[in-house]
Design a protein around this ligand. Structure first.
Ligand code: 3HC
Length: 690
């Protein structure tokens, strides 16, 4: 039963019991059962007060996100139950532990008294799903606490501690006991309790605050913040009218592309950790001590990420000067965090205390996990792994940070290929959330499970990929760049391409990204590709720019000039180089619309993503999306390239791909067989996520 009830000392204790997060599920029968149980307790003459608690790890994680893809009118049943609780003639106490989020906190807001365990967290995170609190939160929270604080909580979606909740007046007490004991104690010491009607707001009290906030809203892809403010403004009027407006705007948001994209991202991120055939996460070996081989930028960044998770780390860098630089980089980064108030001095000191800098690889002998982060060269990697094979303790996980090289070849130079896995961090590794976890042909399932667990342990998002050149992210990025370069030949200039992609929502346009990452890296890859794939040529434009020694920000110029080292300034020299190159190829340059830029770049990503899924390099389409959302600045509101394919409709995707195939470079547009198959059978990529 999703709801249990026990009557103790004339108090009906109602427990939400719907694992894993006690979501207020309509389909799962939670809401209906809660409504019936509350009604029965209200009618029971032996009951004088009601207590609502959650079973297991938490009070309630909110409404059931799955319900939003179904009939939204059904959500009215949640609202009815909450209204019934609020109108109860008997006092109702919510006793929170773990978390009360979204609909969970709204349930507590409908109760007359709220208690929260000192370790609990409370919040209205709906905005991060492109939604607004749709079960009375926009109306009840600003009536209960200072409206500007209420708005801040709803616009940021952040979670606050029980102590902070008490300070702002959101709860009545911080508790230390188990939720039922805490509630019964509260009733005993404060009783007899009376039902407490929600406070009132005046228009004067809220209009100015709302307008002030509205003026600071940034124009973005997520319409939820503006709708939240509209609802809060209505909180000055009658409650039923405010609730009706809230329900209407909630339904509008739930159907928006932004919310569907953000919900897809939320669920996809959780799905990414699920790989068939792996031992349960709970039985995976926990990493107690880690080591990093290589003290370059990547090695130092990985070490910082490990230290941030309060784990000890040994960094091995044989070159003394480089070792000194790695130590300085780690110390400086921690010091900056202290300066910015993100870290206390004591915490920074503790992290430094867990860092060991060593010159000799034998220092990693006791580590549970060793991450190689040396120069991207097969011989260098082989040397490290041969040495590790001799030194590492039996059962240690040997990970490589390679972004392109064949992990199976690396594993083959050890006597324990089952212990070898790829952990492809993105730079700067202490900041970027994504880690591609590369599963070699011989990687042991237990090792893969432990790698997934480790990535979660350090607060990153792990997505599993099989071995192939470029894995998931960079392989798709190559096709994206290929189109960006051809667009330059066809008639666009760097600024237009970057602006079009950024206006669409990418954090940074493709050419600015390459200028930031360093053009020389791509140049090396293109040289290798020219030998490996002579039938898939690139535009020569980036090579011509590299031949001028312009590698991007690090050399002060690339596609753009960087007079201050960071801000791109259009460069007539490069624009002329592009025009000359088109002329040399005999291309009649034409006006390229922003729509075409976005469409070609996106279709190239969708096509390659589909190929990657059908080859089994990614387990499911949403894994591709999670990589793009967390590692490549793809806007979360757009859900990722695979999600975009479904949004467009795969038949449309295919028609457009074939249209471009009939123009220049048809070979680059060969439609992925999976796309053809799904489009022809009228199916969606999303159907493969389950
Ligand atoms: N609805 C449906 N499923 C949910 C859910 C929800 N609100 N919250 C979590 N889940 C599912 C996850 O998808 C995951 O499923 P899986 O086991 O099948 O992969 C499972 O619960 C466990 O989730 P986590 O792995 O995230 O578990 P954690 O213990 O790490 O975190 C949590 C728990 C803090 C509750 C976290 O899941 C979370 O932040 N959930 C979302 C909270 C939220 O956004 N709530 C608002 C929902 S919208 C709403 O309430 C609208 C209302 O105003 C009408």
């Amino acid at each position: 039963m999703p709801i249990r009830q026990v009557v103790t000392d004339r108090v009906a204790v109602i427990t939400l019991s719907h694992p894993p997060v006690n979501a207020l599920s309509i389909d799962g029968g939670v809401v209906a059962a809660l409504g019936e149980t509350v009604a029965a307790a209200q009618a029971d003459p032996t009951v004088s007060a009601l207590v609502i608690v959650g079973d297991g790890r938490m009070f309630c994680g909110g409404a059931d996100i799955m319900d939003f893809d179904r009939d939204l009118a059904a959500l009215d049943t949640v609202r009815d139950v909450l209204n019934r609780i609020e109108a109860s003639a008997k006092p109702v106490v919510a006793s929170i532990h773990g978390v009360a989020l979204g609909g969970g906190l709204e349930l507590a807001l409908a109760c007359h008294y709220r208690l929260a365990h000192r370790d609990s967290r409370l919040g209205l995170p709906e905005v991060s799903l492109g939604l607004l609190p749709g079960s009375g939160g926009t109306q009840r929270l600003p009536r209960l606490i200072d409206p500007s604080t209420a708005i801040e909580l709803m616009l940021s979606g952040r979670r606050i501690t029980a102590a902070q909740a008490l300070e702002v007046g959101l709860i009545d007490a911080v508790t230390e006991q188990a939720p039922i004991d805490a509630a019964l104690d509260f009733i005993r010491t404060h009783g007899p309790l009376a039902p407490r009607p929600i406070g009132r707001l005046t228009a004067d009290g809220v209009a100015a605050v709302v307008e002030e906030q509205r003026a600071t809203l940034r124009q973005g892809l997520n319409p939820a913040p503006a709708h939240i403010l509209t609802c809060v403004a209505a909180a000055a009027g009658p409650l039923d009218e405010g609730l009706a407006l809230e329900a209407r705007l909630f339904a509008e948001l739930a159907g928006s592309e932004a919310s569907r994209g953000l919900r897809h991202a939320f669920l996809g991120q959780r799905l990414a950790g699920r790989i068939p055939g792996l031992p349960a996460a709970t039985s995976a070996a926990k990493i107690g001590a880690a080591a990093v081989i290589g003290g370059g930028l990547m090695g130092a960044g990985i070490a910082l990420a490990v230290l941030d998770a309060d784990l000890p780390v040994v960094v091995v860098e044989p070159n003394e000067a480089a070792r000194g630089r790695a130590g300085a980089k780690i110390r400086d980064t921690l010091a900056r965090s202290v300066q910015k108030g993100r870290l206390t001095e004591a915490a920074a000191e503790a992290r430094l205390g867990r860092l060991t800098l060593a010159g000799d690889i034998s220092s990693v002998a006791d580590a549970d996990l060793i991450i190689e982060a040396v120069f991207e060269d097969m011989d260098a990697k082989r040397q490290v792994f041969t040495a590790l094979d001799a030194i590492a303790r039996p059962g240690a996980i040997l990970a490589s940070n390679t972004s392109t090289l064949d992990l199976d070849a690396v594993a083959a130079c050890t006597s324990r290929p089952g212990d070898v896995v790829g952990l492809h961090f993105f730079s700067p590794a202490n900041i970027m959330k994504l880690v591609e976890i590369v599963r070699g042909a011989k990687t042991d399932p237990a090792v893969l499970a432990a790698a997934l667990g480790f990535v979660k342990q350090i607060g990153k998002v792990g997505v599993v990929a099989s071995v192939c050149d470029g894995f998931i992210g960079n392989r798709i990025f190559e096709e994206y760049l290929r189109q960006a370069y051809f667009l330059l030949e066809d008639g666009a200039l760097p600024r237009q391409i970057d602006n079009a992609m950024e206006a669409w929502g990418m954090a940074m346009g493709p050419l600015r990204t390459m200028d930031m990452a360093g053009q020389d890296i791509g140049w090396n890859i293109r040289k290798r590709r020219a030998v490996e794939q002579p039938d898939r040529p690139y535009s020569r434009i980036p090579d011509l720019i590299c031949e001028m020694g312009r590698f991007g920000q690090k050399t002060g110029s690339g596609y753009y000039q960087y007079p201050d080292g960071r801000t791109p300034v259009d460069d007539p020299v490069i624009n002329q180089l592009i025009l000359d190159h088109s002329a040399e190829l005999g291309i009649q340059r034409r006006d390229i619309s922003d729509l075409e830029i976005v469409e070609r770049c996106l279709l190239a990503m969708i096509n390659e993503g589909a190929r990657i899924v059908s080859e089994g390099v990614a387990y499911r389409p949403s894994d591709v999306d999670i990589i793009y959302l967390n590692g490549y600045g793809f806007p979360a509101e757009r859900g990722g390239p695979m999600f975009q394919g479904d949004q467009m409709g795969l038949q449309t995707v295919l028609t457009k791909i074939r249209f471009y195939q009939d123009q220049r470079h048809g070979w680059a547009w060969e439609p992925a067989a999976l796309l053809v198959d799904l489009a022809e059978s009228d199916r969606r990529l999303g159907a493969l996520n389950a």
